[in-house]
Write a protein that binds this ligand. Sequence first.
Ligand code: XMP
Length: 519
Amino acid sequence: QISILDFGSQYSHLIARRVRELNLYCELYSCQVSAEELGKHEITAIILSGGPSSVYDEGAPHVRKEVWDLISSRQIPVLGICYGMQELAYTFGGHVQPGLKHEYGKAHVQRIDPNHTSPLLHNMPDDFVMWMSHGDKLDKTPEGFKAVAKTSNAEFVIMENIEQKMWGLQFHPEVTHSPQGNIILRNFCIEIAGAKPNWIMTDYAAEFIESVRKQVGDGHVIGAVSGGVDSTVAAVLMTRAIGDRFHAVMVDNGCLRKDEAVTVVKRLREDCHVNLRCVDASERFLGLLKGVTDPEQKRKIIGRTFIDVFQEEADKIQADSGRCDYLLQGTLYPDVIESISYKGPSATIKTHHNVGGLPATMKLKLIEPLRELFKDEVRALGIALGIEENSVWRHPFPGPGLAIRILGEVTAERVKILQEADAIMIEELHKAGHYRAIGQAFVVLLPVKSVGVMGDGRTYEDVAAIRCVETTDYMTADFYHLPYEVMGAMSSRIINEVRGINRVCYDISSKPPATIEWE
Ligand code: XMP
């Protein structure tokens, strides 16, 4: 594996993404990882990430001496990026000048000696554009390091020590604003370190299926499925591994999208042969939501009731099959990165509410097949497993479902109205070819009525808002610039076909300061 030691840069997870895109397996560790932990793995190369600190600051993070000893004894190639390069200078006797001036944006990088053939710059031109984002910079390279490239603002933007197999970059090859950054990462990981591009989803599926068989033995596994891509892929993997000893449970909380329960049951049971039970608890959920208008209250009721229903079903499965040993969880690699990355002394940890509420009291061991994967790798795995494309590319859907998209009280009648409007909107998005470019799209039913005219009569009905956002991480988002014609088609179909809605608006707020959902 390629090991990334994280010094807290906002780009560290991107280094991992870019390395994975080269079909290389990599893992991210805190920069203060012990030699014992790191030494357990077969490491082909190490990348030191950027970070917000200054190397000479008191309390600035550094690689442990024992880790440097490990690197040297195993002769592991090292690439330092930004702070990572300054860390090389700090450790091996160079010097870093505290930033008088911050450099942020695109910079023209030039080879110092066009006749010098650095393996890191193989297939690269003599001049190229890379993204800079730093305060401090090197003013002296360590003994044994050679300056390879510069910019008009900095003398040392690439340095190398061929003998020790160490390279430093002042710029960030991992961001998309560095168009040829992937060539440099490829040169380092594959050409220099000799990593083999064998991280391929079909192989992963086969390996995973084999390892689950060993781990679970003749045990039973239970897991909740929602119809979203993560739980679908996880359920199919488990089914391939242990067949009917995997028990999938889908809870219909009465706030799902139109025909969702039927579609998911068909897809998972018939197409993917998953041993699935679908519990229709709509009346129970809607009964408990009666009269509730506060968003957080809705979330609490739905979360708690979900756990109760799931637990009851788990008890039944346990009774029927005589045992239940594991609980399936759809944890993804970004959640893992979030929990292990270097946070510095004063970092705030983001609260992440996209993780489903699962029964903390269940005394089951966890099984997390997707914990090494990024979202797009989960999609690739889904395709490799033969899951239908449309279900692999579905937008995420929140656990509380339509309940947090119906502002005010949630009733069966309002759920029905919203389901119809939402289905039309999604159909039009597919028709116009915009669905994949959008991170999430949905309709919100407002607790507002407005006057309209239909035929010769006055109407006084609900207002619906369409929300389409562009986002990669759901932490920030921009409203999607949907063409007017598409908006028009959605609006006229919703107003004509859905009884109870006579006005449609389009939400043009970004996150922040708005959020994606309305509640
Ligand atoms: P916001 O509205 O905070 O949403 O910008 C960011 C992402 O989180 C989803 N979301 C939820 N998911 N339970 C969930 O499982 C929730 O209570 C919840 N609230 C928001 C939202 O759909 C978006 O993808």
